[in-house]
Every structure is written in C-alpha cells, then in structure tokens.
Ligand binder design. Structure first.
Ligand SMILES: [Zn+2]
Length: 420
C-alpha cells in the first residue's frame, strides 16, 4: 500500500511523535524504516505525484504543472490524458496484478485498470476558485473504474458530506467565525475540499479492499496536510511573523495543522488494521513545508497565495516511512525526543518510489525511469537482489522492447547451446 500525503513535514511530525499523538506512524517507524525523501522544483503537486507514480521527471511524463494554456492563451487543467507514459497502475495491470487507486493526482479521467480506480477529479470549473485541487463531482462520468462502482463511490462521498460538520468541528474546533475576518473564513473554506476528499478516500480505500480486493497494489492520497499547512502555519508559530494573528485567533486556529496530522495518523491506523500485518506499507510525501511570508500583512482581502504562511518552493525534503514484509529491517526507531529533521537519513527521492514499488511487486523496472530501486530499504518477494529491467513499459517503445526481449531470448538459447 502506497500512501501519498501531500506536504507532510518532519518538523511537525517529530514533536507530535514526542507527545505520543501519532501511534500508527510510531508503530511503522518502530518496525520499519524512515527518513527524508528528496524532491525537485517546481513543487507542483500534479507534477510530483505523477513522478512518484512513473519514476520520471515532468518533461518525460508530460504533467508539468496544474494548468497549461491553449493556443488562445486560455488556461486548462492537466488531466490523465496529458500523461505520456505509463503509471504504476497500468504497468501492474499489464502484468496481471490487481490494483486499487484512490484519489491519486492526475487520474481523471480514469484508466481501465485491472481493479478499481477512483479519480481525484479536477475540473476546469476549479480554475475560477481559490483552489485547483479536486474531489468528486456527483454525476460526472470518468471518475470511477469500473463504472458499475460509481454509485457506491458517490454514496460514500454523500455520507461523508452528511457527517462533515461533526468531523470539521472535531478537527477545527468551534472557532467564533462570526467575529473572524474574511481572511480566516476563506482559509477554512479553502481547506474544506481537502477534508471532504480525504475523509472519503479514507473510507473508500478500506471499503474497496473489503468488497473488491484483495489487491496486489493500492495507492491512496491525502491532500489535507499541505492545504492546512499553507494556510494555518502563522497560527501555529505566530512569533515568526511580523504581523502575527491575535491571541484569540491563535487559540482558535493554532492547533489545526497538528490536529490534521493526528487525523491522518488515525486514517493510517485504520488502514493498517484493515489490511493486516502481512501488508507492506509505504508512506511518502511529495515535499516538506516550512514557515514563509514572514513580512506578509495577511490583510482580510489578501489574495489566496499571499495569505499563505508556509511554502515549499525550494522543495524541502519530504517524508518516507515504510514497514512490512518487503521492507529490510532497520536499526529500530530511535527516541524521537532526541531527533531533529536534519538527523534523519535521506533514503531516496520521489523518483525512486515507482521503481521500488515495481521491485516489491517482482515486476521489471523500465530503464527509461530515472529513479532507482531503493535496495537498501526494500526487498523483492522472490529474493532477487536486483530488479529485472526492460527498456520501457511504454507502447511507443514497444519495438525496442521486443528487440531487447529477442536479444535476451537469443542469448539464453545461445547459453543453452541451442544456437551459435
Ligand atoms: Zn502545497
């Protein structure tokens, strides 16, 4: 199970681990491996998460950012149709593996995988809003594969919507929004899509495993930590900013980021309980985050980007935590009380995840992937030390693949003495 969490940051995780507020993550660290995961710039979610799923840089997978302009200069959101190379779910499908993909970036419209795919739906309508990130649009085709699961998925989103107020007040408390500024109401409003989507993905990934599984590979994405991180950092660390929020606002909003991380940990715990100890879990973030915009005035009418008080422009390393039968035993978790993010080892980069997952599925790695299998961290179920390699998993390169297979086969026959 590959769990993608946007913008997850060790600087927030470590204090929460010290407070023993992240038991699921602590359990994974105890039994597994963990460290920092390097990323690249620009740190645009659609591009990086597609790199995680393909092992390729944006110029080689085709998803460069959130949007592109057409010949008349009009902006459009990228979709899965703009991706020019196969992602993990298609490669696994080609080899007869069963996959479940829930909420991953750039999966709309869905592809005909061997298994189930629920897209994170991004529509051009969002170009008018303050956020470009997606969710689920009731009644719109192309969001669920196979299509006969669409109603079930829509029902889960509707259930989540019904319980949303309660979930939100648990997470955000009950701040006095009447007296809050327009800015703060906007910040909360802009975070809602993420909580709505994350709560639905949390429910869906376990339900689909139960009802349509088992799957050889599951990918699920949670976007909330990035969304609340950008918006609420100055309430968490007000002393860093020239124009800090009032004490009342710090009290109202200061714990949102930490509480969201705790929610993600609970979701992780639910997943680990549902999938069982025989399942290997790999948690990654696309980049870390840090406080920024220190001299910002954060006026009530500030446009969304300048009301962000944390950023990740220079690609601070993200998080990688792995545990389960396909993870090499590590030294055990050191006491988080003595750890700083900089003490954590760099285990690899976002580009190494796709090849590493293929290695764990005992599938060949494409030599056109720029990432490497993290052989110090992951094991192959057949006991191989190194991955098998094909030139590419893409049909455009099919001729050269056939040629290389033929070469390999001829070498084999030669080795066996059948031909000279
Ligand atoms: Zn971000």
């Amino acid at each position: 199970v590959l769990v993608g969490v946007d913008g997850l940051e060790w600087d927030v995780l470590l204090p929460l681990l010290r407070q023993e507020r992240l038991p699921a993550l602590a359990g994974m660290m105890e039994q597994g491996r963990f460290g920092r995961l390097e990323s690249f710039v620009p740190t645009e979610s659609p591009a990086i998460w597609t790199s995680v799923a393909t092992g390729k840089m944006p110029e080689d997978h085709g998803i460069l950012a959130f949007t592109y302009e057409d010949s008349r200069g009009r902006p459009h959101l990228y979709t899965s149709e703009d991706r020019t190379t196969k992602a993990l779910w298609s490669i696994a499908t080609d080899y007869g593996k069963r996959v479940c993909v829930v909420g991953w970036w750039m999966t709309y419209p869905v592809e005909p995988v061997n298994g189930v795919m629920v897209a994170q739906t991004n529509t051009d309508a969002q170009l008018r809003g303050a956020t470009l990130k997606g969710g689920f649009e009731a009644g719109m085709p192309g969001q669920v594969h196979p299509v006969d699961r669409q109603d079930e998925v829509a029902r889960v989103f509707a259930e989540v919507e019904k319980g949303l107020d309660e979930r939100v007040s648990r997470l955000f408390g009950n701040p006095d929004l009447e007296s809050s500024t327009v800015l703060e109401r906007n910040l909360l409003e802009q975070s809602m899509w993420a909580f709505r989507a994350d709560a639905a993905y949390d429910e869906l990934v376990r339900r689909l495993s139960r009802e349509a599984g088992p799957f050889d590979l599951t990918l699920v994405y949670f976007g909330g930590p990035d969304v609340v991180g950008h918006r609420f950092w100055r309430y968490r660390e007000p002393r860093l900013y020239d124009h800090p929020p009032t004490a009342q606002r710090v009290e109202d909003f200061g714990s949102i980021i930490d509480d969201y991380y705790v929610w993600v940990d609970e979701a992780l715990g639910r997943m680990r309980a549902a999938f069982g100890k025989d399942t290997t879990f790999l948690l990654v973030s696309d980049h870390g985050m840090k406080a920024a915009n220190f001299d910002g005035s954060f006026g009530p009418s500030a446009p969304p980007m300048s009301s962000n008080s944390a950023l990740h422009e220079d690609a601070p390393p993200g998080v990688i935590v792995a545990t389960g039968p396909l993870v090499r035993p590590g030294p055990g978790a050191p006491d988080p009380g003595s750890l700083e993010p900089a003490d954590l080892p760099v285990l690899g980069s976002v580009l190494d995840i796709a090849p590493s997952v293929l290695f764990q599925l005992d599938l060949p790695v494409g030599s056109d992937m720029v990432g490497d299998v993290l052989r110090d961290v992951f094991l192959n179920p057949a006991g191989a030390d190194a991955p098998t390699v094909v030139p590419s998993h893409d049909p455009a390169a099919a001729d050269s693949i056939a040629a290389s297979w033929e070469r390999e086969r001829l070498d084999q026959l030669r080795g066996l003495g059948y031909i000279d």
